[in-house]
Design a protein around this ligand. Structure first.
Ligand code: C5P
Length: 226
């Protein structure tokens, strides 16, 4: 089942504290960004990649694409102030496709199997997102004091990819933009339309490279897979 993917890559990676875009940091001598791109480059069902980039990084990213033979990129639009804006700038440039995936460029360990499950579910149901069950006891805290212990059975930690029928995500983003709503993921925008969003159980390995400790974890995941 065919799809195109939007990869927001225009963040600053402040929490990584690397002094540059964290996506350029290396895991096993290869930039994180390339690890992520290669998953989609090597997935026969992926027919196009849209990468939101910072204007000042476009030239370097283009060099990386050439160096590593990433040929599926159809556009490198400017990212925005927030991640949601970066995704939106890609969606606005895309031609209509059946299914669009949104995936953080900072999650290099996504697998073809999880992608395929998401695409199938989104084809059938409109919206499907990756997540894993919460493992720890979960509590709501305010001002340093527990106000509620939440039933863990109902709690999932949400990741990307998030897969949608194209028209559904387009409408959700359009409405959010008009209403000035800022969500933390694309599913939130679709939920606001009242459309059900389904969950596909993904993997605890599908981490987002966020802080320096994640680099150690990332190396370990790659070693485990070798
Ligand atoms: O900062 P964080 O890791 O949560 O960002 C998730 C993804 O969104 C990263 O791949 C980052 O490059 C991207 N992003 C973006 N535009 C922004 C902020 C983040 O494309 N304004």
């Amino acid at each position: 089942m065919r799809y195109e993917v939007v990869l927001p890559a225009a963040g600053s990676g402040k929490r990584m504290g690397a002094g540059k875009n964290k996506l350029f940091l290396l895991l096993q001598q290869k930039p994180i960004l390339i690890h992520t791109l290669e998953v989609f480059q090597n997935d026969d069902n992926c027919t196009g990649i849209w990468l939101a980039v910072k204007p000042e990084e476009r030239e370097y990213i283009q060099q990386l694409l050439d160096e590593y033979g990433i040929t599926k990129v159809k556009g490198l639009p400017n990212g925005g102030e927030e991640r949601q804006h970066s995704v939106h700038s890609c969606i606005k440039e895309m031609e209509q496709v059946d299914i669009v995936l949104v995936h953080d460029a900072a999650r290099p360990f996504i697998t073809h199997e999880i992608i395929a499950s998401l695409v199938v579910c989104a084809m059938e149901k409109g919206a499907a997102i990756a997540g894993v069950k919460a493992k720890d006891t979960m509590k709501k805290v305010r001002d340093g004091v527990i106000i509620e212990t939440v039933d863990r059975e109902d709690l999932w930690m949400i990741q990307t990819p998030q897969a949608f029928r194209f028209e559904l995500l387009y409408e959700a983003e359009d409405v959010a933009e008009k209403e000035g709503f800022l969500g933390t993921d694309e599913a939130m925008l679709v939920e606001r339309l009242g459309h059900p969003v389904h969950i596909v159980e993904a993997s605890y390995d599908n981490i987002k490279m966020t802080t320096i400790e994640d680099l150690v974890l990332g190396e370990a995941i790659l070693k485990k897979r070798a």
